[in-house]
Design a protein around this ligand. Sequence first.
Ligand code: ADP
Length: 570
Amino acid sequence: MKPHRGLLAAWLLALAASSTATLSLPVAFRQMIDHGFAGGGAAIDRVFLLLFGVAVALALATAARFYFVSLLGERVVADLRRKLYAHLLELDAGFYDRTRSGELVSRLTADAELLRSVVGSSMSVALRSTVTVVGSLVMLFVTSPRLASYALIGIPLAVLPIVAGGRRLSKISRASQDRIADANAIASETLGAVRTVQAHAREPYERGRFESAIRVAIATARKRITVQALVTAVAIVLIFGAITLVLWSGAHDVVAGRMSGGTLAQFVLYALIGGGSVGALAEVWNELQRAAGGMSRIGELLAETPQVRAPAQPQRLPKPLRGGIAFERVTFHYPQRPDLPALEDFSLRVRPGETVALVGPSGAGKSTVFSLLLRFHDPQAGSIAIDGHDLRTLDLTALREAIALVPQQPTIFAASARENIRYGRLDADEAAIHHAVRAAHAADFIDALPQGLDTELGERGARLSGGQQQRIAIARALLKDAPILLLDEATSALDAHSERAVQQALETLMEGRTTLVIAHRLATVLKADRIVVMDRGRIVAEGTHEALMAQGGLYAELARLQFLDAAAPA
Ligand code: ADP
Protein backbone atom coordinates (compact mmCIF):
# COMPACT_ATOMS: atom_id res chain seq x y z
CA MET A 1 0.00 0.00 0.00
CA LYS A 2 3.03 2.22 0.36
CA PRO A 3 2.77 3.86 -3.08
CA HIS A 4 -0.77 4.95 -2.28
CA ARG A 5 -0.15 6.87 0.93
CA GLY A 6 -2.52 9.67 -0.08
CA LEU A 7 -5.45 7.30 -0.48
CA LEU A 8 -4.53 5.52 2.72
CA ALA A 9 -4.51 8.79 4.66
CA ALA A 10 -7.82 9.92 3.13
CA TRP A 11 -9.37 6.60 4.05
CA LEU A 12 -8.12 6.76 7.65
CA LEU A 13 -9.55 10.25 8.01
CA ALA A 14 -12.92 9.20 6.68
CA LEU A 15 -12.78 6.17 8.95
CA ALA A 16 -12.12 8.32 12.00
CA ALA A 17 -15.04 10.57 11.06
CA SER A 18 -17.48 7.74 10.47
CA SER A 19 -16.48 5.94 13.67
CA THR A 20 -16.95 9.10 15.67
CA ALA A 21 -20.39 9.56 14.14
CA THR A 22 -21.33 5.93 14.82
CA LEU A 23 -20.23 6.20 18.42
CA SER A 24 -22.11 9.45 19.02
CA LEU A 25 -25.41 8.06 17.77
CA PRO A 26 -26.29 6.30 21.07
CA VAL A 27 -25.55 9.49 23.01
CA ALA A 28 -27.92 11.42 20.78
CA PHE A 29 -30.40 8.61 21.27
CA ARG A 30 -30.24 8.85 25.08
CA GLN A 31 -30.67 12.63 24.89
CA MET A 32 -33.77 12.00 22.86
CA ILE A 33 -35.27 9.48 25.29
CA ASP A 34 -34.33 11.17 28.57
CA HIS A 35 -34.76 14.88 27.67
CA GLY A 36 -36.47 15.05 24.31
CA PHE A 37 -39.87 14.06 25.60
CA ALA A 38 -39.64 16.05 28.85
CA GLY A 39 -38.45 19.42 27.52
CA GLY A 40 -41.42 20.20 25.27
CA GLY A 41 -41.60 21.05 21.54
CA ALA A 42 -38.40 23.14 21.20
CA ALA A 43 -36.32 20.48 22.96
CA ILE A 44 -37.77 17.77 20.74
CA ASP A 45 -36.82 19.79 17.65
CA ARG A 46 -33.29 20.36 18.91
CA VAL A 47 -32.70 16.74 19.86
CA PHE A 48 -34.09 15.36 16.62
CA LEU A 49 -32.07 17.86 14.61
CA LEU A 50 -28.97 16.66 16.47
CA LEU A 51 -29.86 13.05 15.73
CA PHE A 52 -30.39 13.79 12.07
CA GLY A 53 -27.15 15.81 11.88
CA VAL A 54 -25.19 12.89 13.28
CA ALA A 55 -26.84 10.58 10.76
CA VAL A 56 -25.95 12.85 7.84
CA ALA A 57 -22.34 13.12 9.05
CA LEU A 58 -22.28 9.33 9.33
CA ALA A 59 -23.61 8.95 5.80
CA LEU A 60 -21.04 11.30 4.28
CA ALA A 61 -18.13 9.83 6.20
CA THR A 62 -19.20 6.30 5.31
CA ALA A 63 -19.46 7.12 1.62
CA ALA A 64 -16.00 8.70 1.66
CA ARG A 65 -14.56 5.75 3.57
CA PHE A 66 -16.03 3.26 1.10
CA TYR A 67 -14.78 5.25 -1.87
CA PHE A 68 -11.21 5.59 -0.65
CA VAL A 69 -10.77 2.07 0.58
CA SER A 70 -12.34 0.47 -2.50
CA LEU A 71 -10.10 2.50 -4.77
CA LEU A 72 -7.14 1.54 -2.61
CA GLY A 73 -8.09 -2.13 -3.05
CA GLU A 74 -8.26 -1.81 -6.82
CA ARG A 75 -4.93 -0.03 -6.96
CA VAL A 76 -3.16 -2.54 -4.75
CA VAL A 77 -4.51 -5.46 -6.78
CA ALA A 78 -3.56 -3.77 -10.04
CA ASP A 79 -0.04 -3.23 -8.69
CA LEU A 80 0.22 -6.84 -7.65
CA ARG A 81 -1.02 -8.17 -10.96
CA ARG A 82 1.33 -5.88 -12.88
CA LYS A 83 4.24 -6.96 -10.76
CA LEU A 84 3.41 -10.65 -10.99
CA TYR A 85 2.88 -10.50 -14.75
CA ALA A 86 6.14 -8.64 -15.34
CA HIS A 87 7.88 -11.17 -13.14
CA LEU A 88 6.36 -14.15 -14.97
CA LEU A 89 7.51 -12.75 -18.32
CA GLU A 90 11.09 -12.80 -17.05
CA LEU A 91 11.09 -16.39 -15.85
CA ASP A 92 13.11 -18.90 -17.81
CA ALA A 93 12.12 -21.78 -20.06
CA GLY A 94 12.74 -24.32 -17.28
CA PHE A 95 10.02 -22.72 -15.16
CA TYR A 96 7.53 -22.87 -18.03
CA ASP A 97 8.40 -26.50 -18.72
CA ARG A 98 7.12 -27.40 -15.27
CA THR A 99 4.23 -24.95 -14.92
CA ARG A 100 0.88 -24.85 -16.67
CA SER A 101 0.08 -21.47 -18.14
CA GLY A 102 -3.61 -21.80 -17.22
CA GLU A 103 -2.61 -22.10 -13.60
CA LEU A 104 -0.62 -18.89 -13.83
CA VAL A 105 -3.60 -17.08 -15.31
CA SER A 106 -5.62 -18.30 -12.34
CA ARG A 107 -3.04 -16.85 -9.96
CA LEU A 108 -3.18 -13.56 -11.83
CA THR A 109 -6.96 -13.40 -11.57
CA ALA A 110 -8.59 -15.57 -8.89
CA ASP A 111 -5.85 -15.17 -6.28
CA ALA A 112 -5.39 -11.48 -6.94
CA GLU A 113 -9.16 -11.15 -6.56
CA LEU A 114 -8.90 -12.47 -3.01
CA LEU A 115 -6.47 -9.73 -2.22
CA ARG A 116 -8.89 -7.18 -3.59
CA SER A 117 -11.49 -8.34 -1.10
CA VAL A 118 -8.96 -8.05 1.69
CA VAL A 119 -7.74 -4.56 0.95
CA GLY A 120 -10.96 -3.25 -0.55
CA SER A 121 -13.25 -4.38 2.23
CA SER A 122 -11.89 -6.71 4.89
CA MET A 123 -9.15 -4.35 5.92
CA SER A 124 -11.65 -1.55 6.14
CA VAL A 125 -14.06 -3.64 8.18
CA ALA A 126 -11.21 -4.82 10.41
CA LEU A 127 -9.97 -1.40 11.29
CA ARG A 128 -13.42 0.09 11.58
CA SER A 129 -14.64 -2.76 13.76
CA THR A 130 -11.58 -2.56 15.96
CA VAL A 131 -12.15 1.14 16.47
CA THR A 132 -15.84 0.51 17.11
CA VAL A 133 -15.19 -2.34 19.54
CA VAL A 134 -12.69 -0.29 21.54
CA GLY A 135 -14.86 2.82 21.33
CA SER A 136 -18.03 1.06 22.41
CA LEU A 137 -16.18 -0.71 25.22
CA VAL A 138 -15.00 2.63 26.55
CA MET A 139 -18.49 4.07 26.18
CA LEU A 140 -20.01 1.00 27.87
CA PHE A 141 -17.83 1.66 30.90
CA VAL A 142 -18.72 5.32 30.84
CA THR A 143 -22.41 4.43 30.67
CA SER A 144 -22.45 1.72 33.31
CA PRO A 145 -19.24 0.19 34.69
CA ARG A 146 -21.08 -2.63 36.38
CA LEU A 147 -22.94 -3.82 33.31
CA ALA A 148 -19.84 -3.26 31.16
CA SER A 149 -17.81 -5.71 33.18
CA TYR A 150 -20.31 -8.42 32.19
CA ALA A 151 -19.71 -7.60 28.52
CA LEU A 152 -15.98 -8.04 29.06
CA ILE A 153 -16.53 -11.72 29.78
CA GLY A 154 -18.24 -12.28 26.44
CA ILE A 155 -15.61 -10.87 24.14
CA PRO A 156 -12.61 -13.11 24.92
CA LEU A 157 -14.96 -16.10 24.80
CA ALA A 158 -15.98 -15.06 21.32
CA VAL A 159 -12.45 -14.49 20.07
CA LEU A 160 -11.16 -17.95 20.98
CA PRO A 161 -13.07 -20.01 18.39
CA ILE A 162 -12.37 -17.37 15.75
CA VAL A 163 -8.61 -17.64 16.13
CA ALA A 164 -8.75 -21.41 16.32
CA GLY A 165 -10.80 -21.65 13.12
CA GLY A 166 -8.57 -19.16 11.29
CA ARG A 167 -5.52 -21.39 11.18
CA ARG A 168 -7.43 -24.24 9.60
CA LEU A 169 -9.01 -21.84 7.18
CA SER A 170 -5.72 -20.56 5.80
CA LYS A 171 -4.62 -24.08 4.89
CA ILE A 172 -7.96 -25.05 3.38
CA SER A 173 -8.06 -21.84 1.40
CA ARG A 174 -4.68 -22.50 -0.16
CA ALA A 175 -5.95 -25.90 -1.22
CA SER A 176 -9.16 -24.37 -2.50
CA GLN A 177 -7.30 -21.83 -4.65
CA ASP A 178 -5.03 -24.60 -5.93
CA ARG A 179 -8.05 -26.63 -7.03
CA ILE A 180 -9.49 -23.59 -8.84
CA ALA A 181 -6.15 -23.18 -10.58
CA ASP A 182 -6.24 -26.85 -11.60
CA ALA A 183 -9.65 -26.41 -13.20
CA ASN A 184 -8.50 -23.24 -14.94
CA ALA A 185 -5.40 -24.97 -16.25
CA ILE A 186 -7.49 -27.76 -17.75
CA ALA A 187 -9.90 -25.30 -19.35
CA SER A 188 -7.21 -23.14 -20.86
CA GLU A 189 -5.31 -26.11 -22.24
CA THR A 190 -8.43 -27.66 -23.75
CA LEU A 191 -9.81 -24.44 -25.20
CA GLY A 192 -6.37 -23.68 -26.62
CA ALA A 193 -6.49 -26.96 -28.54
CA VAL A 194 -10.20 -27.09 -29.17
CA ARG A 195 -9.76 -28.40 -32.72
CA THR A 196 -7.79 -31.38 -31.55
CA VAL A 197 -10.46 -32.04 -28.93
CA GLN A 198 -13.25 -31.84 -31.49
CA ALA A 199 -11.36 -33.82 -34.11
CA HIS A 200 -11.09 -36.65 -31.61
CA ALA A 201 -14.71 -36.13 -30.55
CA ARG A 202 -13.40 -35.87 -26.99
CA GLU A 203 -15.85 -33.18 -25.83
CA PRO A 204 -17.51 -35.54 -23.32
CA TYR A 205 -14.10 -36.64 -22.05
CA GLU A 206 -12.88 -33.07 -21.62
CA ARG A 207 -16.17 -32.06 -20.04
CA GLY A 208 -15.72 -34.88 -17.57
CA ARG A 209 -12.17 -33.85 -16.77
CA PHE A 210 -13.25 -30.26 -16.16
CA GLU A 211 -16.28 -31.34 -14.17
CA SER A 212 -14.25 -33.52 -11.86
CA ALA A 213 -11.77 -30.69 -11.35
CA ILE A 214 -14.68 -28.42 -10.47
CA ARG A 215 -16.14 -31.05 -8.16
CA VAL A 216 -12.88 -31.25 -6.24
CA ALA A 217 -12.74 -27.45 -6.12
CA ILE A 218 -16.26 -27.29 -4.71
CA ALA A 219 -15.59 -30.01 -2.15
CA THR A 220 -12.57 -28.06 -0.95
CA ALA A 221 -14.47 -24.79 -0.92
CA ARG A 222 -17.23 -26.49 1.07
CA LYS A 223 -14.78 -27.39 3.82
CA ARG A 224 -13.74 -23.77 3.97
CA ILE A 225 -17.31 -22.51 4.07
CA THR A 226 -18.24 -25.00 6.80
CA VAL A 227 -15.42 -23.86 9.05
CA GLN A 228 -16.32 -20.25 8.37
CA ALA A 229 -20.01 -20.82 9.11
CA LEU A 230 -19.32 -22.67 12.36
CA VAL A 231 -16.96 -20.01 13.61
CA THR A 232 -19.49 -17.30 12.84
CA ALA A 233 -22.32 -19.13 14.60
CA VAL A 234 -20.28 -19.77 17.73
CA ALA A 235 -19.12 -16.16 17.84
CA ILE A 236 -22.64 -14.78 17.50
CA VAL A 237 -24.05 -17.05 20.21
CA LEU A 238 -21.33 -16.03 22.62
CA ILE A 239 -21.60 -12.34 21.91
CA PHE A 240 -25.35 -12.04 21.99
CA GLY A 241 -25.57 -14.42 24.92
CA ALA A 242 -23.48 -11.94 26.86
CA ILE A 243 -25.60 -9.03 25.65
CA THR A 244 -28.82 -10.77 26.69
CA LEU A 245 -27.40 -11.43 30.13
CA VAL A 246 -26.43 -7.80 30.51
CA LEU A 247 -29.83 -6.59 29.29
CA TRP A 248 -31.61 -8.86 31.71
CA SER A 249 -29.64 -7.46 34.63
CA GLY A 250 -30.08 -3.88 33.31
CA ALA A 251 -33.84 -4.33 33.02
CA HIS A 252 -33.95 -5.18 36.73
CA ASP A 253 -31.92 -2.02 37.47
CA VAL A 254 -34.38 0.18 35.58
CA VAL A 255 -37.40 -1.38 37.27
CA ALA A 256 -35.72 -0.88 40.68
CA GLY A 257 -34.97 2.78 39.75
CA ARG A 258 -31.18 2.36 39.86
CA MET A 259 -30.80 3.41 36.21
CA SER A 260 -32.71 5.63 33.75
CA GLY A 261 -34.42 4.08 30.74
CA GLY A 262 -32.29 6.24 28.43
CA THR A 263 -29.07 5.02 29.98
CA LEU A 264 -30.08 1.42 29.49
CA ALA A 265 -31.05 2.20 25.87
CA GLN A 266 -27.66 3.84 25.34
CA PHE A 267 -25.96 0.85 26.91
CA VAL A 268 -27.84 -1.61 24.73
CA LEU A 269 -27.01 0.35 21.59
CA TYR A 270 -23.31 0.35 22.45
CA ALA A 271 -23.47 -3.32 23.23
CA LEU A 272 -25.17 -4.01 19.89
CA ILE A 273 -22.69 -1.88 17.96
CA GLY A 274 -19.73 -3.41 19.79
CA GLY A 275 -21.10 -6.94 19.54
CA GLY A 276 -21.84 -6.55 15.86
CA SER A 277 -18.31 -5.36 15.32
CA VAL A 278 -16.83 -8.35 17.11
CA GLY A 279 -18.90 -10.53 14.78
CA ALA A 280 -17.60 -8.55 11.81
CA LEU A 281 -14.06 -9.02 13.08
CA ALA A 282 -14.64 -12.76 13.15
CA GLU A 283 -15.68 -12.72 9.51
CA VAL A 284 -12.76 -10.52 8.56
CA TRP A 285 -10.37 -12.82 10.34
CA ASN A 286 -11.75 -15.62 8.19
CA GLU A 287 -11.31 -13.54 5.05
CA LEU A 288 -7.76 -12.65 5.98
CA GLN A 289 -6.86 -16.27 6.52
CA ARG A 290 -8.40 -17.10 3.18
CA ALA A 291 -6.43 -14.43 1.40
CA ALA A 292 -3.28 -15.51 3.20
CA GLY A 293 -3.80 -18.94 1.67
CA GLY A 294 -4.16 -17.51 -1.83
CA MET A 295 -1.29 -15.10 -1.37
CA SER A 296 1.12 -17.80 -0.33
CA ARG A 297 1.15 -19.17 -3.89
CA ILE A 298 1.56 -15.68 -5.37
CA GLY A 299 4.42 -15.16 -2.94
CA GLU A 300 6.04 -18.36 -4.13
CA LEU A 301 5.73 -17.26 -7.74
CA LEU A 302 7.21 -13.86 -6.96
CA ALA A 303 10.08 -15.60 -5.20
CA GLU A 304 10.90 -17.69 -8.29
CA THR A 305 14.14 -16.38 -9.70
CA PRO A 306 14.99 -16.86 -13.36
CA GLN A 307 17.84 -19.36 -13.70
CA VAL A 308 19.08 -17.52 -16.77
CA ARG A 309 20.14 -14.00 -15.93
CA ALA A 310 22.33 -11.33 -17.45
CA PRO A 311 25.27 -10.07 -15.38
CA ALA A 312 24.95 -6.74 -13.60
CA GLN A 313 27.49 -5.22 -15.98
CA PRO A 314 26.79 -6.85 -19.34
CA GLN A 315 29.28 -6.55 -22.20
CA ARG A 316 28.16 -4.62 -25.23
CA LEU A 317 27.77 -6.41 -28.51
CA PRO A 318 29.65 -4.56 -31.26
CA LYS A 319 27.53 -2.82 -33.89
CA PRO A 320 27.28 -3.91 -36.61
CA LEU A 321 27.49 -7.47 -35.42
CA ARG A 322 29.25 -9.90 -37.73
CA GLY A 323 27.30 -12.90 -36.52
CA GLY A 324 29.92 -15.59 -35.93
CA ILE A 325 28.70 -18.43 -33.68
CA ALA A 326 30.85 -20.77 -31.61
CA PHE A 327 29.70 -23.73 -29.50
CA GLU A 328 32.71 -25.05 -27.57
CA ARG A 329 32.38 -28.54 -26.06
CA VAL A 330 28.87 -27.86 -24.85
CA THR A 331 27.15 -30.44 -22.69
CA PHE A 332 23.58 -29.78 -21.69
CA HIS A 333 20.69 -31.70 -20.23
CA TYR A 334 17.21 -30.34 -19.54
CA PRO A 335 16.40 -29.78 -15.84
CA GLN A 336 13.75 -32.50 -16.02
CA ARG A 337 16.08 -35.01 -17.67
CA PRO A 338 19.30 -35.06 -15.64
CA ASP A 339 20.06 -38.56 -16.91
CA LEU A 340 19.85 -37.74 -20.60
CA PRO A 341 22.14 -35.14 -22.15
CA ALA A 342 20.37 -33.33 -25.01
CA LEU A 343 23.77 -32.13 -26.22
CA GLU A 344 27.03 -33.82 -25.37
CA ASP A 345 30.49 -32.43 -26.03
CA PHE A 346 28.98 -30.45 -28.88
CA SER A 347 31.32 -28.11 -30.77
CA LEU A 348 30.26 -26.08 -33.78
CA ARG A 349 31.69 -22.94 -35.34
CA VAL A 350 29.68 -20.98 -37.85
CA ARG A 351 31.42 -18.18 -39.77
CA PRO A 352 29.64 -14.86 -40.25
CA GLY A 353 27.30 -15.12 -43.23
CA GLU A 354 27.58 -18.90 -43.44
CA THR A 355 24.52 -21.15 -43.79
CA VAL A 356 24.70 -24.36 -41.82
CA ALA A 357 22.01 -27.02 -42.11
CA LEU A 358 21.37 -29.21 -39.06
CA VAL A 359 20.14 -32.65 -39.99
CA GLY A 360 19.38 -35.60 -37.76
CA PRO A 361 16.68 -37.90 -36.49
CA SER A 362 14.10 -36.40 -34.17
CA GLY A 363 15.41 -36.04 -30.64
CA ALA A 364 18.96 -35.53 -31.92
CA GLY A 365 19.19 -32.13 -30.20
CA LYS A 366 18.69 -29.76 -33.13
CA SER A 367 16.08 -27.58 -31.43
CA THR A 368 18.18 -27.62 -28.29
CA VAL A 369 20.97 -25.90 -30.24
CA PHE A 370 18.51 -23.08 -30.96
CA SER A 371 17.30 -22.86 -27.37
CA LEU A 372 20.83 -22.60 -26.06
CA LEU A 373 21.81 -19.95 -28.59
CA LEU A 374 18.79 -17.89 -27.53
CA ARG A 375 19.90 -18.57 -23.96
CA PHE A 376 16.62 -20.08 -22.84
CA HIS A 377 18.88 -22.40 -20.85
CA ASP A 378 22.54 -22.38 -19.88
CA PRO A 379 24.70 -25.41 -20.66
CA GLN A 380 26.16 -27.37 -17.76
CA ALA A 381 29.58 -27.50 -19.43
CA GLY A 382 31.29 -25.69 -22.27
CA SER A 383 30.55 -22.25 -23.66
CA ILE A 384 28.61 -20.55 -26.41
CA ALA A 385 29.74 -17.29 -27.95
CA ILE A 386 28.63 -14.79 -30.57
CA ASP A 387 31.51 -12.93 -32.26
CA GLY A 388 33.71 -14.07 -29.40
CA HIS A 389 31.40 -12.84 -26.63
CA ASP A 390 30.26 -15.52 -24.22
CA LEU A 391 26.46 -15.42 -24.03
CA ARG A 392 26.60 -15.33 -20.23
CA THR A 393 28.36 -11.96 -20.36
CA LEU A 394 25.71 -10.33 -22.54
CA ASP A 395 22.53 -8.48 -21.86
CA LEU A 396 19.63 -10.85 -22.64
CA THR A 397 17.70 -8.29 -24.66
CA ALA A 398 20.74 -7.34 -26.73
CA LEU A 399 21.48 -11.01 -27.37
CA ARG A 400 17.96 -11.79 -28.49
CA GLU A 401 17.79 -8.63 -30.60
CA ALA A 402 20.69 -10.08 -32.57
CA ILE A 403 18.81 -13.28 -33.42
CA ALA A 404 15.70 -13.82 -35.53
CA LEU A 405 13.85 -17.08 -35.05
CA VAL A 406 11.46 -18.57 -37.58
CA PRO A 407 9.98 -21.58 -35.84
CA GLN A 408 8.38 -24.59 -37.42
CA GLN A 409 4.98 -23.55 -36.09
CA PRO A 410 5.05 -19.76 -36.19
CA THR A 411 3.18 -17.92 -33.43
CA ILE A 412 0.45 -15.73 -34.83
CA PHE A 413 -1.15 -13.41 -32.27
CA ALA A 414 -4.83 -12.51 -32.27
CA ALA A 415 -4.17 -9.14 -33.87
CA SER A 416 -4.03 -7.62 -37.33
CA ALA A 417 -1.54 -8.80 -39.95
CA ARG A 418 0.28 -5.50 -39.57
CA GLU A 419 0.66 -5.87 -35.80
CA ASN A 420 1.79 -9.46 -36.23
CA ILE A 421 4.55 -8.42 -38.61
CA ARG A 422 5.49 -5.38 -36.57
CA TYR A 423 6.21 -7.71 -33.65
CA GLY A 424 9.63 -8.11 -35.30
CA ARG A 425 10.42 -4.43 -34.75
CA LEU A 426 7.87 -2.37 -32.85
CA ASP A 427 9.03 1.00 -34.22
CA ALA A 428 9.00 -0.07 -37.88
CA ASP A 429 7.29 2.42 -40.21
CA GLU A 430 4.74 1.63 -42.94
CA ALA A 431 7.35 1.59 -45.70
CA ALA A 432 9.47 -0.95 -43.84
CA ILE A 433 6.43 -3.15 -43.21
CA HIS A 434 5.41 -3.05 -46.88
CA HIS A 435 8.93 -3.86 -47.90
CA ALA A 436 9.03 -6.85 -45.54
CA VAL A 437 5.66 -8.08 -46.80
CA ARG A 438 6.86 -7.99 -50.41
CA ALA A 439 10.19 -9.59 -49.64
CA ALA A 440 8.40 -12.36 -47.74
CA HIS A 441 6.21 -13.05 -50.80
CA ALA A 442 3.22 -12.33 -48.62
CA ALA A 443 1.84 -9.37 -50.58
CA ASP A 444 -0.51 -11.39 -52.80
CA PHE A 445 -2.38 -13.15 -50.02
CA ILE A 446 -2.38 -10.19 -47.64
CA ASP A 447 -3.84 -7.96 -50.38
CA ALA A 448 -6.54 -10.57 -50.88
CA LEU A 449 -7.57 -10.44 -47.19
CA PRO A 450 -10.77 -8.43 -46.58
CA GLN A 451 -9.00 -5.48 -44.93
CA GLY A 452 -5.49 -6.13 -46.22
CA LEU A 453 -2.84 -5.54 -43.55
CA ASP A 454 -5.54 -4.50 -41.07
CA THR A 455 -7.29 -7.87 -41.17
CA GLU A 456 -7.49 -9.59 -37.81
CA LEU A 457 -5.77 -12.96 -38.12
CA GLY A 458 -7.63 -14.71 -35.29
CA GLU A 459 -6.08 -16.51 -32.37
CA ARG A 460 -3.07 -18.59 -33.42
CA GLY A 461 -3.64 -17.43 -36.98
CA ALA A 462 -6.82 -19.47 -37.32
CA ARG A 463 -7.69 -17.63 -40.53
CA LEU A 464 -4.44 -18.39 -42.39
CA SER A 465 -3.06 -21.47 -44.10
CA GLY A 466 0.21 -23.02 -42.93
CA GLY A 467 2.21 -21.50 -45.77
CA GLN A 468 0.68 -18.08 -45.13
CA GLN A 469 1.51 -18.26 -41.43
CA GLN A 470 5.08 -19.08 -42.34
CA ARG A 471 5.33 -16.09 -44.63
CA ILE A 472 3.99 -13.81 -41.87
CA ALA A 473 6.72 -15.18 -39.63
CA ILE A 474 9.31 -14.60 -42.35
CA ALA A 475 8.13 -11.01 -42.84
CA ARG A 476 8.44 -10.53 -39.09
CA ALA A 477 12.01 -11.84 -39.16
CA LEU A 478 12.85 -9.66 -42.17
CA LEU A 479 11.61 -6.63 -40.28
CA LYS A 480 13.71 -7.57 -37.28
CA ASP A 481 16.73 -7.59 -39.57
CA ALA A 482 18.96 -9.48 -37.13
CA PRO A 483 22.42 -10.68 -38.21
CA ILE A 484 21.76 -14.23 -37.04
CA LEU A 485 18.86 -16.31 -38.31
CA LEU A 486 17.55 -19.49 -36.72
CA LEU A 487 15.24 -21.30 -39.05
CA ASP A 488 13.26 -24.40 -38.24
CA GLU A 489 11.80 -25.55 -41.51
CA ALA A 490 8.24 -26.79 -41.52
CA THR A 491 8.03 -30.53 -41.94
CA SER A 492 4.55 -30.47 -43.36
CA ALA A 493 4.54 -30.33 -47.12
CA LEU A 494 2.96 -27.22 -48.57
CA ASP A 495 1.23 -27.08 -51.90
CA ALA A 496 3.60 -26.39 -54.79
CA HIS A 497 2.69 -22.72 -55.12
CA SER A 498 3.03 -21.99 -51.40
CA GLU A 499 6.19 -24.05 -51.25
CA ARG A 500 7.84 -21.95 -53.94
CA ALA A 501 6.73 -18.66 -52.36
CA VAL A 502 8.02 -19.73 -48.94
CA GLN A 503 11.29 -20.98 -50.44
CA GLN A 504 11.89 -17.69 -52.24
CA ALA A 505 11.00 -15.71 -49.14
CA LEU A 506 13.45 -17.74 -47.10
CA GLU A 507 16.22 -17.17 -49.60
CA THR A 508 15.71 -13.42 -49.35
CA LEU A 509 15.70 -13.72 -45.56
CA MET A 510 18.92 -15.77 -45.40
CA GLU A 511 20.83 -13.40 -47.63
CA GLY A 512 23.77 -11.83 -45.83
CA ARG A 513 22.91 -13.46 -42.50
CA THR A 514 24.52 -16.19 -40.46
CA THR A 515 21.93 -18.93 -40.71
CA LEU A 516 21.40 -22.11 -38.73
CA VAL A 517 18.62 -24.10 -40.30
CA ILE A 518 16.99 -27.30 -39.13
CA ALA A 519 16.53 -28.69 -42.60
CA HIS A 520 13.70 -30.83 -43.87
CA ARG A 521 13.90 -30.03 -47.57
CA LEU A 522 16.34 -31.13 -50.21
CA ALA A 523 16.52 -27.61 -51.66
CA THR A 524 17.72 -26.29 -48.31
CA VAL A 525 20.47 -28.83 -47.73
CA LEU A 526 21.67 -28.41 -51.31
CA LYS A 527 22.01 -24.65 -50.83
CA ALA A 528 23.66 -24.81 -47.38
CA ASP A 529 27.38 -24.11 -47.18
CA ARG A 530 27.75 -27.01 -44.81
CA ILE A 531 25.60 -29.80 -43.46
CA VAL A 532 26.02 -30.94 -39.86
CA VAL A 533 24.61 -34.36 -39.08
CA MET A 534 23.54 -34.83 -35.45
CA ASP A 535 22.56 -37.90 -33.49
CA ARG A 536 21.84 -38.19 -29.77
CA GLY A 537 23.31 -34.80 -28.94
CA ARG A 538 26.53 -35.26 -30.89
CA ILE A 539 27.82 -34.28 -34.30
CA VAL A 540 28.39 -37.47 -36.26
CA ALA A 541 29.33 -36.09 -39.68
CA GLU A 542 29.87 -32.83 -41.55
CA GLY A 543 30.20 -31.84 -45.18
CA THR A 544 28.31 -31.14 -48.38
CA HIS A 545 25.36 -33.16 -49.59
CA GLU A 546 27.44 -34.97 -52.19
CA ALA A 547 30.28 -35.76 -49.82
CA LEU A 548 27.92 -37.02 -47.13
CA MET A 549 25.94 -39.11 -49.60
CA ALA A 550 29.18 -40.64 -50.80
CA GLN A 551 30.09 -41.51 -47.21
CA GLY A 552 26.83 -43.39 -46.73
CA GLY A 553 25.95 -43.80 -43.04
CA LEU A 554 23.26 -41.90 -41.12
CA TYR A 555 23.05 -38.97 -43.53
CA ALA A 556 22.52 -41.10 -46.62
CA GLU A 557 19.80 -43.00 -44.80
CA LEU A 558 18.07 -39.83 -43.54
CA ALA A 559 18.36 -38.20 -46.93
CA ARG A 560 16.71 -41.18 -48.55
CA LEU A 561 13.85 -41.07 -46.06
CA GLN A 562 13.41 -37.32 -45.69
CA PHE A 563 14.47 -35.53 -48.84
CA LEU A 564 14.78 -37.92 -51.69
CA ASP A 565 11.55 -39.89 -51.54
CA ALA A 566 9.66 -36.72 -52.41
CA ALA A 567 11.89 -36.16 -55.40
CA ALA A 568 12.03 -39.80 -56.49
CA PRO A 569 9.38 -41.10 -58.86
CA ALA A 570 6.67 -42.99 -57.05
P1 ADP B 1 15.35 -32.38 -32.19
O1 ADP B 1 15.07 -30.93 -32.34
O2 ADP B 1 16.59 -32.81 -32.88
O3 ADP B 1 14.20 -33.25 -32.54
P2 ADP B 1 15.45 -31.71 -29.38
O4 ADP B 1 16.55 -30.74 -29.30
O5 ADP B 1 14.06 -31.19 -29.37
O6 ADP B 1 15.65 -32.66 -30.66
O7 ADP B 1 15.53 -32.75 -28.18
C1 ADP B 1 16.74 -33.34 -27.75
C2 ADP B 1 16.44 -34.19 -26.51
O8 ADP B 1 16.05 -33.38 -25.43
C3 ADP B 1 15.33 -35.19 -26.72
O9 ADP B 1 15.69 -36.38 -26.08
C4 ADP B 1 14.13 -34.56 -26.05
O10 ADP B 1 13.29 -35.55 -25.51
C5 ADP B 1 14.78 -33.76 -24.94
N1 ADP B 1 14.02 -32.52 -24.65
C6 ADP B 1 13.69 -31.54 -25.53
N2 ADP B 1 13.06 -30.52 -24.93
C7 ADP B 1 12.96 -30.84 -23.62
C8 ADP B 1 12.41 -30.20 -22.47
N3 ADP B 1 11.83 -28.99 -22.53
N4 ADP B 1 12.49 -30.85 -21.28
C9 ADP B 1 13.08 -32.05 -21.19
N5 ADP B 1 13.62 -32.71 -22.24
C10 ADP B 1 13.58 -32.13 -23.45
